[in-house]
Design a protein around this ligand. Structure first.
Ligand code: NDP
Ligand code: 8X3
Length: 253
């Protein structure tokens, strides 16, 4: 029997998701942490405060059957998720539209958009039945603006923004709070994935200014979830001070 509220965090094996899982555990949540890299999730669970009830689910969000099977693995008690953090996602490539790789487009649209939907599809019916819950979708400044060569990644994050607004409307009758958080540049493994392991190129993204840390976004999530039940921080853009928009970053010479 779990007495704590349960949070499910996708993409908890790295970056924003891992930092969020840690902060939520410190706040007293029981955690379901998700990702493809099982060993990362095991290491994360070992780092959570002693006594934190936790479960790990390994699945690729792009694979609907995997998402459903992982959900079915959970004991009924654990399916009573109160907080869903749809965070899993990545950019793949940074190419002009005519040179973009179709595999990269598929990875972004299937992961960032359909993956978010597949996870929501298994979690939301319980929240609706209980008329209680919160969904936090991690969008991006790329979901508010478009930047050169960002094409499909920006489209995927604009879709996340649209889905967040749609969810807020559809779930409104059931007291479910829906939040969109839109970070600017955060130093995580994001650019390593985007540039397919090119360390020099990914490190250059964060040089010459102070980017956000994953913990800055996690702290924002902690503030959002700690508001009283009648308050929803519906839409938050969080940027490093050096960033004025998706394409404007003040870097030291
Ligand atoms: P990381 O690369 O550090 O983390 C990405 C996480 O998503 C990993 O845990 C990864 O887990 C998971 N993930 C990616 N693809 C899949 C998949 N197909 N199936 C399951 N899990 C997947 O990047 P961030 O922490 O920065 O990114 C987290 C979210 O924040 C993303 O949605 C990203 O778009 C968004 N974001 C990031 C910004 C940044 O500048 N870093 C800014 C704005 C938004 P695993 O590989 O183990 O499956
Ligand atoms: C990640 C931030 O500016 O690289 O979503 O798209 S950006």
């Amino acid at each position: 029997m779990i007495t704590q509220p349960i949070a499910l965090v996708t993409g908890a094996s790295s970056g924003i998701g891992a930092a969020t899982a840690k902060v939520l555990a410190e706040m007293g949540y029981a955690l379901i942490v998700c990702g493809r890299r099982k060993e990362r999730l095991e290491a994360l669970c070992a780092e959570l405060p002693a006594g934190t009830p936790s479960r790990l689910l390994t699945f690729d969000v792009r694979e609907r059957a995997q998402v459903e099977a992982a959900w079915q693995e959970l004991p009924e008690d654990w399916q009573k998720v109160q907080l869903l953090v749809n965070n899993a996602g990545n950019a793949h490539g940074l190419d002009p539209i005519h040179r973009g790789a179709v595999e990269d487009w598929d990875a972004m649209l299937d992961g960032n958009v359909k993956g978010l939907l597949y996870v929501s599809k298994v979690v939301l019916p319980g929240m609706v039945a209980r008329e209680q819950g919160m969904v936090i979708n991690i969008g991006s400044i790329a979901g508010k603006e478009v930047y050169p060569n960002g094409n499909v990644y920006c489209a995927s994050k604009h879709a996340v923004d649209a889905l967040t607004q749609g969810m807020r409307m559809d779930l409104n009758p059931y007291n479910i709070r829906v939040v969109g958080i839109h970070p600017g540049l955060v130093e995580t493994e994001f650019s390593q994935v985007r540039f397919k392991g090119d360390a020099a190129r990914s490190e250059a993204v964060y040089k010459g200014y102070a980017p956000l840390r994953a913990e800055d976004v996690a702290d924002t999530i902690a503030f959002v979830v700690s508001r009283p039940p009648h308050v929803v921080l519906a839409d938050i853009t969080i940027l490093p001070t050096a960033q004025a928009s998706a394409g404007i970053v003040k870097k030291n010479a």
